[in-house]
Design a protein. Sequence first.
Length: 703
Amino acid sequence: MNVTPLLTNPSAIQVRGACPHDCPDTCALLTTVQDGVAIKVQGNPDHAHTNGVLCTKVSRYTERSYHAERILQPLKRVGAKGAGQFEPVSWDAALSDIAARLQAIAARDPQAILPYSYAGTMGLVQGESMAARFFNKLGASLLERTICAAAGGEGLVHTLGGKLGMRVEFFAQAKLILIWGSNSIASNLHFWRYANEAKRLGAKLICIDPRKTETADKCHKHIALLPGTDGALALGLMHELIQHDWLDHDYLERYTLGWDKLRERALQWPPERVAAVCGITPEQVQNLARDYGACVSQSATDAAGVTPPSAAIRMNYGLQRVHGGGNAVRLIASLPALIGAWRQRSGGVLLSSSGTFPVQKAALQRPDLLAGRTPRTLNMATIGNDLLRPASPEFGPAVAALLVYNSNPVAIAPESTKVVQGFAREDLFTVVLEHFQTDTADYADYILPATTQLEHWDVHSSYGHTDVLLNRPAIAPLGQAKPNTQIFRELAKRMGFEEACFQDDDEALCRQAFGDKVDFDVLLNQGFASLLTPEAPFAQGNFPTPSGKCEFFSERLARQGQDGLPDHLPNHEAVNTSATYPLAMISPPARNFLNSSFVNVKSLRDIEGEPLLEMHPQDAALRGITNGDTVRVFNDRGIHCCHARVTERARVGVVNGLGIWWRKLGLDGTNVNQLTSQKLTDMGRGPTFYDCLVEVQLTSAKE
């Protein structure tokens, strides 16, 4: 059925959809519509993972779609770049001018045109389908989309063979759960439901995170290590597992590669060394290893037919946003093989399940339209530097045109002083597809109104479970808004692109996303379809690596000139390496925002209050700072002013800049990315947001 009538209100219907936002949960939605107006968004109770429950943010989605400041007509800049001054213009005039200017630039060198997008929607259709076709046909520069998960994803690929792991629902049956680098209550709510179920059945929950999060409050233990030291802790656990022979020797022998080498490296990391690097105690290392080693499994069941206790690790992406992030993920992902945790469906590790989905990427994005060309690739994390680079033989042409969709780089990209300088270039032609006048939209030459999730078709995979979800439009597009796909179709027509693929409508694109790998009729009828995946995928090895084993040693990395064996790599900016900037800063997301999305939803912003820097009482006292004071947070890259929250949620030596606020809402027109670095991770070329040293000074005491 397309829609479901409500028995309690015959004039209202419910439309099945999917949450589009960058969260592992990928919830199934039901939108109640009356007289063409969406009046309520709720979780679909028929979808097991969603279970009828939504986070606070998405439960208020109608407030976002019908926001008074929603952009509902094309706008053309009339003031200075960054001033946010625009006038209405017709779609025809806007698209004709944009096409003409892109054609002129492309005639010189299409690589001077750059798309910039990420996960403002996680949809496969409104993300990179028609847009990718457009830029491939054009021959524009390619974008290396690394702003979130690149290092961790590479770490998984070189250890487990892909972005794969245990199924999230089986965490409910584990006896030990390590929640590593994740504030699950805020950013992975439906996983927390499974973890809480395990807790009620007697499981021990341990949170490993520099910040004392809301999740840490609910766990039995919290280990507040220094940012960027997760790999050292994993090596310390391995050391203790070896020393006490808490190992599944049979699993190691049959299903792993490079154990002798990894064993030798781990033995160099006794608890005392780990404690010194991580800023914790040796006893914390020993006790964590004892808890984990208690779940060692020599077989699926013992001689009496009793299943041994299982240990499960839920990683999230915060821990890989440092120099050694990829190696840290490799080390943590190696731990389950040491104790044979993979033998049980309730044992193993999960960072991402996205590699499970048979997305037909080539069908959606049509790389064949490049016609043999190999445009340069620019990294979205270094956009600040790249927009300021002049033309050169090494770099190629200067970036002359930028098309931004599903992203807000002026707010979310690192070292934002340079990002702003780049976007402020008068010779840079910038087009932004948006719902609101974000920090980035302020610098646009044209703002084109895009539809929200309630107004278009899309299809979604997930990185937290293994269900495909379909999103149906619940209401007609508001004002003059158009789906991303339609905007790129119309641009393609004006650019003279004649290939039939530019005529595919959105429902056709949804069908192409998985081809015959997923039954589209099931998606149409119930809104979601579950992939058939094994309950214990690596119980007998069968890792999708070149060797078919869990690869402690990666020949692929060795051939690339890297260390084939994972190791702890210190931060680019490690604590105790700078007398000028003695505090590490991490910038975890504020609970009621999702990156820079939802910041302008008043009810959610009222809950968050204002941009804050959490400081431990000891660090605050040393600087004469009390709760509520205005502080200046700074390093060589910039200055950010905000209010201090003195709290033990911050550990000694680390401050937490909760983000990501729009810059224009900050005390001084900045946010925490004024301070973060464009340096990249050890693998995957990802950003290093949490690899950042700062100092904090009192600016003014609270009134």
